[in-house]
Design a protein around this ligand. Sequence first.
Ligand code: A3P
Length: 292
Amino acid sequence: MDSLRPELFDFKGVSMSRYFTDNWENIQNFQARPDDILIATYPKAGTTWVSYILDLLYFGQISPERQTSIPIYQRVPFLELNISFEETGVNLADRLPTSPRLIKTHFPIQFVPKSFWEQNCRMVYVARNAKDNVVSYFHFDRMNKVQPEPGDWNSYLHRFMEGKVVFGSWHDHVNGWWKKKQSYSKLHYMFYEDMIEDTGREIDKLCSFLGLSPSVEEKKRITDGVQFDNMKKNDMANYSTLTIMDFKVSPFMRKGKVGDWKNHFTAAQNEEFDEDYEKKMKDSTLQFRTEI
Ligand code: A3P
């Protein structure tokens, strides 16, 4: 399995691995449909959580068997994924029988295929504070055999600060999508911390963006179903069916908390990170909460 681990390289100014660039032409030529919904995130910001919420909102009632038989990563294809033993994200999306199609990407804004803009598709972006995001990404890279070797925590943290991890700089990613939101009205920008604080409230906001009005019972069913402990034990949502992930190293549904960074950052690392963060985010109006 270890031979699967790829190298990181510069791809059009963004650190990437071959698993997300090899299918570039097909990805860029992907034909979006007007009702497609693109779920976009920097890795480990809550992609699976929001994907599952959207899937339940659209298909929870009309096809309940989907919930017990199809893993979330097949219901919501990962557009740029191209690993030899899985169907490519593009193919999976092309033959999705559902409408709307829910499609996931970790691309920075400039890599999004142009048909999504041409078709004026709705997009949901989830951002998570940088400190918890890097901790989650570190543990993910330890357990996921198709990610580059993470090395030790201190070196990983420094590479994250430099944007030398797959999908590049966190700062550029959250800011790039945030800027786009100012001009593209069909983009709903959410925060992981808000979802933790009040999942029901954030589902309401999502519904009003999507023009959905689930009944009170349905909304309760969804809000309960997507709580961390329920998703953790749900084999269709917890990635336990994917062999590239070694859950003995770290589970996919790891902690699901705001503030776990405090268990990882030393005082010195925190100071250095804050200083670097201020420089990189000085022109941004984005505000993140590192505790709630
Ligand atoms: P942690 O590693 O901090 O636990 P993604 O889906 O983008 O890969 O993000 C994964 C992160 O979201 C993991 O964070 C995971 O535990 C967390 N997560 C997934 N489902 C969640 C839920 N229902 N509630 C809270 N956090 C959740």
